[in-house]
Each structure stands twice: as C-alpha cells, then as structure tokens.
Write a protein of this length. Structure first.
Length: 248
C-alpha cells in the first residue's frame, strides 16, 4: 500500500501521502520482523515498490480530486464537465459519486447519473471541472463496486457471460495460477494445455484479453454458440465486438 502513491505524482495528494508515510514510519519499529522470525534494519517502506509504467498524470487535478472526495464523503451530488474519448467534446452532467478506485495506473469513479438512473465509470483525468452541489443523495444499497469489478476483465460492465477457453501449454501456467473469476474452473489436459471456464462481463474486454497471449487460444465458446470454434489472432480481431457501454 505504501508503494501505490506513484499514481498521484506531481499532485498535492502526493505531498499529503508523503507526509502520512513519514508519520507512519515514525510509529513503526526500527527493525522489522521477517517471516522466518529474524529482524531486518531496513525500514518497511523501503521493501516495496511499484511499476510506473502506464501511469496517468493527475498534475493540476488537485481541486477536482478534492471535490470528488468531498462528494464521496458527504454524499453530495456534483456538477461535472467530462471530456469523453468517444466524442472529444465536453459534456455537463449531474452525478452522484459512489466509489473511487485505481485501475491499470489510472483513477476512476463509479458515478450514478440520476437523470437516466444508470451507473457509469468515469475516468478522473477526463473530468475537466467539478462543483459540489447542495443536493444530498441516498447511497444505493444494492450497489457493490467490488463485485462489479471482480467480474470484469477491464472496465466494460456488460451483461454477464460465460466463456470456455482452451489455452496452449505455453500459456496454461499463467492462466491456471491466477484468479480471474469467483466461479472459474480450470481443467488441465495431458498435453499441458488447459481449459478455463469463467463468468465475466464485457465480451469486448474478454476478447481483447485473449489477444494479449503469446499464442492465440485454441478455441473458445461464447453464449449462443453450440460448439466451441477454432480461433487465431486474426479471427479474434475480425469478430464483431459490441461497443463499450462505459466511458474510458
């Protein structure tokens, strides 16, 4: 956790976190216990780091971040202007901020749009202005951000789907050793390959994930497909992907 502050580089939040880390360090023992029972003189914060690759910059977003946090803490509606990557024009919305989270080096926020009674994910760096309103909203009791994110490969929260994918022996260890979905099942085959069956949301993100492997999965089955079909990177790219339903 102490190493995850790099996402706030060049913002006021970075300075606040640095101050917090200094105060925590003063409370920690000079020597840290190791799992084997030994002691190390290395300070705890120096034992961990994080990769800066792909981080978004939030320099100049201090006022917006403060307003978002005020809305989250006080359950106050916000008036925001948002630059959508799809339209490249700023649009104004009234939103109810629900949950702030980090994803792949960027900050995002779950926000309810009361006018349409829908929940969207907004990229914080694309929020160009934010104003705290007097309107107080009720937090939706059935909203579970952790459950939604647990069932998505990226940030497309579409209708749930179940897919079965057979991976090559080269990619099988990477797939079988990781958690992808709460209901996942991995079948290992004699040739070293494996078949992963899981439920997730967002067909587009699932297919994009498949394209990230060194070797294309041998086959996969999607909903409404009676039989699994062979595939290749080109075949995956040619599939008809549904459009994103959330702003990225």
């Amino acid at each position: 956790m102490l190493a995850r502050d790099s996402i706030f580089a060049d913002s006021e939040v970075e300075h606040d976190l640095a101050s917090l880390k200094s105060k925590l360090a003063a409370l920690l023992p000079a020597a840290t216990a190791t799992p084997s029972g030994g002691r190390t003189a290395m300070p705890l914060s120096s034992l961990f780091t994080s990769s800066p690759n792909g981080l978004k910059s939030y320099a100049g977003h201090d006022a917006i971040l403060d307003t978002l946090l005020d809305g989250l803490e006080q359950l106050h509606a916000l008036s925001i202007s948002y630059l959508s990557p799809k339209h490249q024009t700023k649009k104004s919305y009234q939103v109810h901020p629900l949950k702030l989270f980090e994803h792949h080096g960027g900050l995002y926020i779950f926000a309810r749009l009361p006018k349409h009674d829908i929940i969207r994910i907004l990229a914080v760096d694309r929020i160009k202005s934010a104003k705290l309103l007097d309107t107080v909203f009720a937090y939706p009791q059935d909203f579970d951000a952790e459950a939604l994110l647990a069932g998505a490969f990226d940030l497309t929260l579409d209708d749930p789907i179940t897919a079965s994918i057979r991976f090559s022996a080269q990619d099988a260890p990477y797939v079988s050793e990781r958690h992808w979905s709460d209901d996942q099942n991995v079948d290992n085959h004699p040739d070293g390959s494996c078949t992963l069956t899981l439920s997730t949301s967002g067909t587009r993100d699932l297919l994009r994930w498949l394209l990230s492997f060194a070797r294309a999965p041998r086959y996969f089955r999607l909903p409404n497909s009676a039989k699994p079909f062979a595939t290749s990177p080109q075949a995956l790219q040619n599939l008809r992907w549904r459009p994103l339903r959330l702003d990225r």
